[in-house]
Design a protein around this ligand. Structure first.
Ligand code: SF4
Length: 434
């Protein structure tokens, strides 16, 4: 771990732009909560889903705690698996008993079986699990941390698993023409904003997943096209594509991104070209009118998080005039992250770090002179020790719209507010030095 030396803002580290940034070499420290939390969060929020979690008591304690912290409002059914049970090879029986118990809970419509590191290592066999109990579908969701490295990606694995089971169940109802399925846990206003713009082009949002009800998974099977608002929904996109939905790439982010996305939706849904162009141009103009003032001009910002949407937020900041030399994220690189990475690097971002570690972020704090740090709790704490305005990425973004021009305006506003508080952070540093 690099030594942390609190600095006065007027004594920021020298940045040598000619030296390339070197990511941290030590990545042994815990970097985030257990990735399986993402899966548990998505599944426990679906009304009627009764998760059965197959793991040992240590994982169970931590994951149950954090799930209830995030207001799951339901119990997690799990077998008591300690060393004795695991070493005696009883995991299959224990899993089946937990599934039977989950099926006895009131108002259950499906049972996701969440298999974690211990169960996967001990060899939980899918073919020995029931596919349904008392007419209630049983769906295996494999999310061991050694294979699923971040909690956003575990959300995708969980969504894909349940989507596969339900996507064909409404097939006789037919495809909803000119409709799109959105993938992404977003601020509630975002799908409404996107739907409002799409309706001007003659299209509409059919449903946004991960949803809150099994019926939304069924409905998704009737969409003409699908778009992932966050770039880590790879398995869910593959599932929708295999079902026959057209895939729209990218996300409606900022001035450039929103217009390009609307045109891509127009092509995927075969909408009227002139109408699409008119709406895309209007949307872009609205964004550019706001950006003309370049509200973040002159600010150098660090963006780091484990949500998987960090590059999207960095794009907004750059369009608003900020310099964002460093962006790090917990998700892995893929064909769905490539265009955002290329966009950022063409506009001054020197380092885009996938599968980030805290050490990478601390190295970045040493390497560049930042005016604002938007990062994980730990990185924000380090930045505050240096007298820099800093904010926790997740809390900042989950409470405001993000997409299209109106989402962009709301999200950039928080960065402006934080920069206006720079002197307060300097005072705080002075206060604790005295
Ligand atoms: S052992 Fe695996 S499932 Fe359990 S808490 Fe650790 S990462 Fe999560």
């Amino acid at each position: 771990m690099p030594e942390i030396i609190p600095l006065n803002p007027t004594e920021k580290p020298d940045t040598n732009a000619s030296e390339a940034f070197q990511p941290g070499t030590c990545k042994l420290h815990p970097q985030s909560m257990c990735p399986a939390f993402g899966a548990l969060r998505v599944l426990s929020r679906i009304e009627g889903a009764q998760p059965a979690m197959i793991t040992d008591t240590g994982c169970l304690y931590g994951l149950t705690f954090v799930t209830h912290f995030y207001a799951a409002r339901k119990s997690i059914v799990a077998p008591a698996l300690g060393t004795a049970e695991l070493s005696s090879g009883k995991i299959q029986e224990a899993a089946n008993a937990a599934i039977a118990e989950a099926a006895r809970e009131p108002n259950v419509s499906m049972i996701p079986v969440i298999s974690l590191c211990v169960a996967e290592t001990a060899g939980l066999a899918e073919e020995l699990l029931p596919t349904e109990v008392n007419g209630k579908p049983v769906i295996l969701v494999r999310v061991p941390a050694y294979a699923i490295h971040s909690h956003p990606e575990a959300k995708d694995v969980a969504l894909a698993a349940v989507l596969k089971r339900f996507i064909n169940t409404d097939a006789e109802a037919g495809i909803e023409e000119k409709s799109i399925v959105l993938l992404g846990e977003v601020f509630p206003a975002d799908p409404l904003i996107i739907d409002g713009v799409l309706r001007k082009m003659g299209a509409r949002v059919l449903v946004t997943l991960p949803g809150r009800h099994v019926d939304e998974l069924r409905l998704a099977g009737r969409g003409t096209a699908v778009a992932a608002l966050h770039p880590f929904y790879r398995e869910s996109l593959a599932c929708m594509r295999a079902h026959g939905a057209a895939v729209v790439g990218g996300a409606p982010i900022g001035a450039d991104g929103s217009a390009a996305w609307l045109r891509a939706v127009g092509a995927a849904l075969e909408l009227d070209d002139d109408l699409v162009e008119q709406v895309a141009a209007e949307e872009e103009q609205q964004a550019r009118d706001f950006l003309a003032a370049q509200p973040l001009k002159g600010a150098t910002v660090l963006v780091s998080g484990y949500e998987g949407s960090e590059m999207l937020y960095a794009r907004l900041l750059i369009e608003a005039g900020a310099h964002v030399p460093y962006v790090s994220t917990s998700i892995g690189a893929s064909m769905f992250t490539a265009s955002d990475e290329a966009w950022l690097k063409a506009r001054g971002t020197e380092a885009v770090i996938y599968r980030k570690s805290l050490e990478d972020d601390v190295q970045a704090l040493d390497h560049w002179q930042f005016d604002l740090v938007i990062g994980t709790t730990t990185v924000a704490a380090y930045a505050k020790e240096r007298g820099l305005p800093a904010i926790y990425y997740t809390n900042m973004l989950s409470v405001r719209p993000f997409f299209m021009s109106s989402g962009m305006i709301a999200s950039i506003g928080i960065a402006q507010e934080m920069l206006n508080r720079t002197s307060i952070y300097a005072q705080m540093l002075d206060f604790f030095k005295e």
